[in-house]
Ligand binder design. Structure first.
Ligand code: DGY
Length: 323
């Protein structure tokens, strides 16, 4: 039997590439640069499976036209707002993602950002490396204590819950949750969390707000100027979800005007482009989309994609099917 032809759109951890090559007829993108719409359109006509990442924008236009060969988009990552799911569905293409395996590391990074911004660690490191540190003094780079503070979590899926565990059991933080559906009482009880109905209620009483909802059109600019205005003065905003969830211009304004205490961002609306207004904003820590970037997690994500592919081509339902 001929092996399914698959395209890996970026370089993946070696161990995963090797295992994929043993099972499938693999084409790699050795240049490791994002594929544009034309390359993706061609790929849909050439491969049985495409293994995209967040850098591959599979909008409705790439699915247009005849002779589509691809039967599955096995996404490397949990978020899939870069894929037009209804266009994929309309062409009978299955879509899978990689949940669970990246929850711990993404939660760790949300906590990293929270601590960096609240304790002014980014500023401190820059000061030291630039030779501007003049020594210890009681008023130097005084930040905000996170232990015992209130953390508002928007989106209480696996990553939100992993953040809550770290914040509550590690830092004694009080946890507030806003989620589309009701969270099971047992899950809330694990971190003494309280669910509120409205995002606005959560924003008004949280010392730090961490975003863990999906991206995509439904949540575009969920945090806009008005909602930033509802946050407590001095509160922090952390985004490890998707860039489009936050109105970046409004956030830059809120930071410049000192309306909130600071922000930590791992994701951006037009990655890898960062607007000049954010570059210039004070009290902002920015990381280059590192949420899942550990060797262990990146390998686990790859093996999870492989499990989905093997199931699909063996005629079983892939466990992580989202469409
Ligand atoms: C994810 O898994 O969604 C990461 O952000 C990379 O896409």
């Amino acid at each position: 039997m001929t092996r399914p032809k698959i395209l890996i759109t970026r370089r993946w951890p070696e161990a995963v590439e090797a295992r994929l090559a043993a099972a499938f007829d693999v084409t790699r993108n050795d240049a490791d640069t994002p594929l544009g719409p034309d390359a993706l359109r061609d790929a849909l006509r050439t491969f049985d499976a495409i293994l995209p990442t967040v850098t591959d924008r599979l909008g409705p236009e790439v699915f247009e036209g005849p002779d589509i060969r691809t039967r599955i988009l096995a996404n490397y990552g949990v978020g899939f707002s870069h894929i037009d799911i209804s266009a994929a569905k309309a062409r009978g293409i299955a879509v899978t993602n990689t949940p669970d395996v990246l929850s711990d590391c993404t939660a760790d990074l949300a906590l990293t950002l929270m601590l960096m911004v609240a304790r002014r660690a980014g500023e401190g490191e820059r000061e030291l490396r630039e030779g501007r540190w003049t020594g210890w003094r009681p008023t130097h780079l005084v930040g905000t204590k996170v232990s015992g503070a209130t953390l508002g979590i928007i989106g209480f899926g696996r990553i939100g819950q992993a953040v809550a565990k770290r914040a509550h059991h590690g830092f004694g933080m009080r946890i507030l949750v806003q989620n589309r559906s009701a969270v099971a009482p047992g899950v809330l009880a694990e971190t003494g969390a309280r669910q509120v109905d409205a995002i606005d209620d959560l924003l008004a009483i949280s010392d730090c707000v961490s975003l863990h909802c999906p991206g995509g059109a439904a949540n575009r600019h969920l945090i806009d100027a008005w909602r930033l205005g509802l946050m407590k003065p001095g509160a922090f905003l952390i985004n490890t979800a998707r860039g489009e969830v936050v109105d970046e211009a409004a956030l830059a304004d809120a930071l410049v005007q000192g309306r909130i205490g600071g922000a930590g961002l791992d994701v951006f609306e037009n990655e890898p482009r960062i607007p000049a207004s954010l570059m210039a904003a004070p009290n902002l820590v920015m990381l280059p989309h590192l949420g899942s970037a550990t060797r262990e997690t990146r390998e686990a994500m790859g093996f999870r994609v492989m499990d989905n592919l093997v199931d699909f081509f063996d005629g079983r339902e892939p466990r992580d099917r989202v469409a």
